[in-house]
Design a protein around this ligand. Structure first.
Ligand code: EPU
Length: 331
């Protein structure tokens, strides 16, 4: 049945597809695939729709997990293992963990989207990446019609990337994620504003509140202003290129990746190039964080893609750096 995914993507654009179906278990997923009877390449999984740019017409059927389960599957004196259904809202899961005294995900509070989507782009914020807390990922392979558990070290996690973004995962559906969390609260406070927190009184809920405050000040709420979070990856460049850029731009923020590479802040580059707060054709660059493109009132993704291409060309011209889009374009 023809469906508009406008309310299922945080950019809030119109996107007509051939149907949206939810599944709560592997059994219901298998039944759906049989009943719908379409080539596997015509199925597309969607989570919270917070990291996708949807074309105006997509000749596919969308599948969405509605599995809301959160199960403690094992525990030791200092660790717990929790299996979480792909359909659980990410932020609700982070809050639930704090309530249960399961620790390690506090810095990832308020990231939009679902648990099932979290390993795909290896969500990260304020010094923590989700891969550090993932034990394994359960998938269903639609072509082989079987379930499989991928241990974290088979997931090829790296900065905003994983095996789930590669062709190998084309026919996979993430059904649940198993997290390995700590019983003891040991906060990661490396990121700028978090460094100032008083560790003697800090607890998990206070850290979550701080993260929520920082995010709310810088990043637009997708329920109010359409966006997909950071629109570009932070570029990783050779240390020699970084030094050369620094000589021209002494305030350039950069973070050491390894002996030969540094990560730059794409938001800084876009901001310095003068784009922050820019607006055209119903879309724009967020006024508090230039790495986020926002949708004021555009009805299709075309305007945002056109703006992003102009930004990419400008940053290439001004700094010699090619920015790469972070959210997935689905056509
Ligand atoms: N900056 C500017 N102007 C801007 C934006 C940033 O000068 O408009 C500067 C900041 O002052 C800072 C540096 O750039 O010196 C980095 O900015 P920030 O700390 O805000 O983080 P980011 O590198 O822009 C990344 C993630 C965010 C995550 C934050 C905090 C990526 C692509 N983005 O942004 O993730 O919340 O760090 O850890 O890695 C997301 O992926 O959707 C996302 C929001």
């Amino acid at each position: 049945m023809i469906t508009n995914l406008k309310n299922h993507n945080t950019l809030g654009v119109d996107s007509i597809c051939d149907g949206l179906h939810s599944f709560s278990s592997v059994e219901t997923l298998e039944t759906l695939i049989d009943t719908l009877n379409r080539p596997i390449s015509e199925f597309k999984v969607i989570g919270g729709g917070s990291n996708v740019i949807l074309a105006p017409r997509i000749e596919k059927v969308f599948l969405q997990s509605s599995d809301q389960s959160i199960r403690l599957i094992d525990e030791h004196s200092d660790k717990v293992w929790i299996e979480v259904g792909a359909g659980v809202n990410w932020h609700q899961f982070v809050l639930h963990c704090a309530q249960q005294h399961w620790h390690g995900l506090e810095n990832l509070a308020l990231i939009p989207g679902s648990v099932g989507a979290s390993p795909v782009q290896n969500i990260g914020a304020y010094g923590v990446e989700v891969c550090e807390k993932i034990h394994s990922v359960n998938i269903y392979d639609m072509s082989k019609r079987c379930q499989q558990t991928l241990p974290a070290d088979a997931c090829q996690f790296s900065y905003r990337n994983s095996i789930f973004k590669t062709p190998a995962a084309r026919n996979w559906v993430i059904t649940s994620v198993i997290f390995e969390l700590d019983r003891q609260f040991s906060p990661v406070l490396r990121y700028g504003p978090l460094c100032q927190l008083d560790t003697s009184t800090l607890d998990a809920n206070m850290l979550i509140d701080q993260v929520v405050d920082i995010r709310s000040a810088k990043l637009p709420d997708p329920r109010v202003l359409g966006n997909v979070g950071s629109f570009f990856h932070n570029p990783i460049v050779s240390t020699s290129q970084c030094i050369e850029l620094q000589s021209k731009h002494p305030t350039l923020p950069h973070y050491r990746v390894d002996d030969q590479h540094d990560k730059l802040a794409a938001g800084w580059l876009i901001d310095q190039a003068g784009w922050r707060g820019y607006r055209e054709n119903g879309v724009g660059v967020h006024s508090e964080q230039a790495l986020v493109l926002v949708n004021y009132d555009a009805t299709s993704c075309d305007a945002i893609l056109a703006l992003s291409q102009r930004i990419v060309a400008d940053i290439q011209e001004k700094y010699g750096i090619l920015l790469h889009r972070e959210p997935e374009y689905v056509a």
